[in-house]
Design a protein around this ligand. Structure first.
Ligand code: MN
Ligand code: MN
Length: 307
């Protein structure tokens, strides 16, 4: 029986590239594996796969009775709906430990580094398997994406070392230039609906029995949102009501200014204000130095919901 390698819902480049890289590694070590994805690709990931000549992984949302190696999450809210009926054989991830439990022993590679692909590279080294140049290329791009070209506070020395090693394998001299090229693709928002922008990199969370949704857009220049912000705010509130969320946030990250404007729609915005010790103005706030949802937003917002 083949093992499916698959990342979280609303897949990002890390989820897709880690599934591809891990499936190749498993196949090389004698375990039949197929890379899968739970949803459509974002423009950045499409750019990466095209650049290195890969097809999209298999679209798959049902895993009952199948063996599943999870990449880039362990949170039950980001899993396929039938996860309880799947056989989870492994997890490789770099987030806080989520709510997934298993019925059989599993292999876990969870470490606080900047990207799942960094850990997948360590798995290749552990198994002494050579990485083909195109796979090294997509792994490198995923790490540059997740670490915002090393600017994110989630980035570690290990990520930087591994990007250098992968760039060499992939034959790329200027990985910084590839990273910027990638973020320029990511910055294209013209002609995209507000809803599609909010959901492009969106994650649902359960924070002490409150439903919270957080989207993030990382761009080279935040001024591209000047004419879109009012629509984004209105649609964020609409999404909040439709999905019965307590709070919906959209993080607009400027990777050059190294900060984020957060749009907040909430049934009680004082929880957000308390979490970050700030005052919202017109339901938004600029946070200098804030680049990471997992390290700079969630660890503060979640405890604020504790009664
Ligand atoms: Mn991810
Ligand atoms: Mn990741």
């Amino acid at each position: 029986m083949a093992i499916y390698t698959c990342g979280h819902t609303t897949p990002d480049s890390d989820s897709i590239c880690s599934a591809i890289a891990l499936a190749y590694l498993l196949n090389q070590t004698g375990r039949e594996a197929i890379a899968a994805r739970q949803g459509e690709l974002n423009p950045e990931t499409e750019f990466i796969l095209k650049k290195f000549g890969f097809e999209k992984p298999l679209l798959k949302t049902k895993f009952a009775g199948e063996e599943l190696f999870i990449t880039d999450y362990s949170d039950i809210d980001l899993a396929p709906a039938d996860i309880d009926e799947a056989i989870v054989v492994g997890i490789v991830d770099h987030h806080k430990l989520g709510g997934i439990t298993t019925s059989t022993p599993l292999e876990c590679w969870i470490r606080p580094v900047g990207c799942t692909n960094t850990i997948v590279k360590e798995m290749y080294d552990y198994h002494k398997v050579e990485i083909p140049a195109p796979i090294a290329g997509i792994m490198m791009c995923a790490i540059l994406s997740d670490t915002v070209i090393f600017k994110s506070p989630t980035c570690t020395d290990i990520d930087i070392r591994i990007v250098r090693e992968l760039a060499e394998i992939a034959g790329i001299e200027d990985f910084g230039a590839v990273g910027m090229e990638m973020f320029k693709v990511k910055s294209q928002v013209e002609g995209v609906s507000s809803r599609d922008l909010i959901l492009r990199d969106y994650k649902p969370f359960n924070m002490h029995d409150n439903q919270v949704g957080i989207g993030q857009l990382e761009v080279v220049d935040l001024s591209i949102f000047d004419n879109l912000k009012a629509d984004l705010q209105a649609d964020l509130e609409k999404l909040r009501v439709e999905n019965k969320l307590h709070t919906a946030c959209l993080i607009l990250t400027d990777i050059m200014k190294e900060g984020s404007e957060i749009l907040v729609a909430s049934e009680d915005a004082s929880i957000f204000e308390k979490a970050f010790d700030i005052k919202l103005e017109n339901k938004t706030v600029w946070m200098q130095g804030c680049l990471s949802r997992k390290k700079q937003i969630i660890p503060f917002l979640e405890p604020a919901f504790k009664k």
